[in-house]
Design a protein around this ligand. Sequence first.
Ligand code: ZN
Length: 229
Amino acid sequence: MIELPALPYRQDALAPHISERTIGYHYGRHHAGYVANLNKLLAAGGGATGGAAAGGGATGGGATGLEELITNAGPGVVFNNAAQTWNHTFYWQSMSPDGGGDPSGELAAAIVASFGSVDALRAELTAKATGNFGSGWTWLVRLGSGGGAGGGGDGAGDGAGGGELAVVNTDDADNPLVTGHQPLLTIDIWEHAYYLDYQNARPAYIATFLEHLINWDFAAANYAATPDA
Ligand code: ZN
């Protein structure tokens, strides 16, 4: 039985940037819906692993059964609902009522090493999230030892080695864990994430996310929890 994790803040905590109404639908209907669908599928024998806690975030410590489902299920409805469950838990943590500003410490150094500057990373996140066609996710990841981000996402820089940071897009429910990359932060760019507040103005949602909501502390904790490649 997968449980819907509690939001890390109140449903009105991100207003006015993301409204209580958006969070109410997004968390209470969409995220909860993925959890309910997944439990139905698992009860019907659709998954190899049951009894998982809905993790999301390396800070929880270690792989959860949910992460095993994501990496082992293969394409299909079990994967879609397991990944959407995990992705949304990770997304809520990627934002904070006290978000925005700049990263510090080891994460900031890694960002400068991989992108040149924090502003360059923000430009890369903006370009990738704006250009991610249709429904999907834009991620800051630490590349696995396998190198560039393959799979359904777009390339993460030719020749980028394990341990470097990259921005990658995924389609629909897809998750970088499938291609061996460690998510540090994500932006949900499904329309349900922003349409009530921003209508079709995805760039305004992305700009607000980066200026007011982005939770660098969460990314830094995920970075610190990732073993050196
Ligand atoms: Zn969503």
